[in-house]
Design a protein. Structure first.
Length: 195
């Protein structure tokens, strides 16, 4: 209990556990922007990210007693909850735009609609660069990354779905990410070519 009192978030969690709504509001003020940013990175800019944020703080209210400071700080606990809920949303989406997309090649090729033509052009150029880099990966590495990032599967789920040993899936993901980082490094340095 003393560990929770030593840091501001831990002290807030004690108060949330005691059903202090002001403490939850303060926790929200401290971390909502960061959690919303994570949800938007996973889900996009739509209203789903805001819904996930609400779910996370409802979870914090209901499960405050389950928070264990020995397993990580409050922000980490909230980030994990946000990521889990956002990935659950991706898995349960039934919208026609996402249904059936199994690879980068199958995703729509239309340029993003934006008022700022220059920004849209830059975004489109960056998308082409990324698609090209992913397309150059060996098929087994590309498949693992597509399943992880576009379908939200865990490495264990990828191993189960592809009947591949978990260690092999982990190696393919790591090698694929390393190759992507190397191929995209020249664009990342300039800062102007990447978002």
């Amino acid at each position: 209990m003393s560990q929770r009192r030593d840091d501001p978030d831990g002290a807030l969690m004690i108060r949330v556990e005691a059903r202090d709504a002001d403490a939850l509001a303060e926790l929200y003020d401290r971390h909502a922007a960061r959690l919303l940013g994570l949800a938007r990175r996973i889900l996009g800019e739509g209203g789903e990210a805001e819904e996930v944020l609400q779910e996370v703080f409802l979870f914090a209210w209901r499960a405050a007693a389950a928070y264990d400071p020995t397993r990580g700080n409050v922000l980490t606990w909230l980030l994990i909850a946000t990521r889990s809920r956002a990935i659950d949303r991706i898995r349960s989406r039934k919208s026609a735009a996402r249904t059936g997309a199994r690879s980068l090649e199958e995703l729509g090729a239309d340029p993003p609609a934006a008022d700022d033509v220059e920004r849209a052009s830059g975004d489109r150029q960056w998308e082409v660069i990324c698609r090209t880099a992913v397309g150059e990966l060996p098929g087994d590495q590309r498949k693992v990354l597509e399943l992880a990032y576009f379908e939200g599967l865990t490495q264990q789920e990828i191993a189960d779905q592809t009947a591949t040993p978990l260690g092999t899936v982990k190696t393919r993901a790591r090698l694929g990410l390393m190759k992507l980082r190397e191929r995209l490094r020249p664009y990342m340095r300039s800062g102007s070519d990447a978002p």
